[in-house]
Design a protein around this ligand. Structure first.
Ligand SMILES: C[S@@+](CC[C@H](N)C(=O)[O-])C[C@H]1O[C@@H](n2cnc3c(N)ncnc32)[C@H](O)[C@@H]1O
Length: 229
């Protein structure tokens, strides 16, 4: 694993215990609705096998379970602390929680009907490899649905940037008890690709029907795409 990835891994191991609460505060409790939208699109193919990458405490995996009571669902992450939290949440026992680095997935080609993830892409050191891995493990015709942050743009962009730089580390100090981790979250969001640039990377990985829906004044995006059938 590259140094950048080990440092991201250590950050998420440190903040796992208070991560869900911080997420609810930072998104004004919208995160779970966006995760439901991601799960809804992933379930549009009515498949039998689902992979939720960077699952964290498993919010998306749980939403997929609600829509697919008998499907096989894997929630994968490279933070053991996050996986430990996921394993102990009520209602999570029917999901298979596994350690996996998104750069090198321990799954067979064409294993899944749908791959989902939330807030993965801006954290990885090799985006193209991560997208190629997702493409590889999807069945032909399989779908991808993902939630990702996006650098604020437009007229309000500069104001939202300042707001994020102030509010998120403050919450991170008071509630998350780790100011640096939440400063990282802001800098990784502000420094991430524009939607136009990310769309191109999805296409370069082989995905088709790439669509994006902005949420929360364009600071969050829901991405959907398919592997050709
Ligand atoms: C911000 S959390 C999001 C958790 C969850 N998807 C959600 O929406 O609440 C990001 C997660 O991505 C995981 N992650 C980051 N880079 C990863 C990688 N290369 N492989 C696997 N997981 C990764 C972290 O460990 C962390 O649990």
């Amino acid at each position: 694993m590259r140094n950048e990835d080990s440092s991201v891994q250590a950050t998420f191991n440190n903040i796992a215990r208070r991560y869900d609460l911080m997420n609810r505060l930072m998104t004004l409790d919208s995160h779970k609705n966006w995760c439901r939208d991601v799960a809804q699109f992933a379930s549009s193919r009515s498949g039998s096998s689902y992979l939720d990458l960077a699952t964290g405490t498993g919010v998306i995996a749980r939403a997929v379970r609600e829509l697919n009571p008998s499907a096989a669902i894997i929630g994968a992450d490279f933070s053991e602390s996050m996986l430990e939290m996921a394993r102990h949440i009520a209602g999570n026992s029917s999901i298979d929680w596994q350690y996996a680095d998104a750069h090198e997935l321990p799954f067979a080609d064409g294993e899944f009907d749908a791959v989902t993830h939330g807030y993965l892409l801006r954290n990885v050191s090799d985006l193209d490899r991560v997208l190629a891995e997702q493409f590889r493990v999807l069945k032909p015709g399989g779908v991808l649905a993902a939630l990702e942050t996006s650098p604020p743009a437009g007229l309000l962009g500069p104001f939202i940037r300042v707001g994020m730089r102030v509010v998120v580390p403050t919450l991170g100090t008071l509630i998350g008890r780790d100011r640096d981790a939440y400063k990282y979250l802001v800098s990784s969001t502000l420094g991430f690709l524009s939607p136009e640039a990310l769309r191109l990377r999805f296409h370069q990985a082989g995905f088709v029907d790439v669509q994006v829906k902005p949420k929360f004044m364009g600071t969050n995006m829901i991405w959907t795409a398919s592997k050709p059938g």
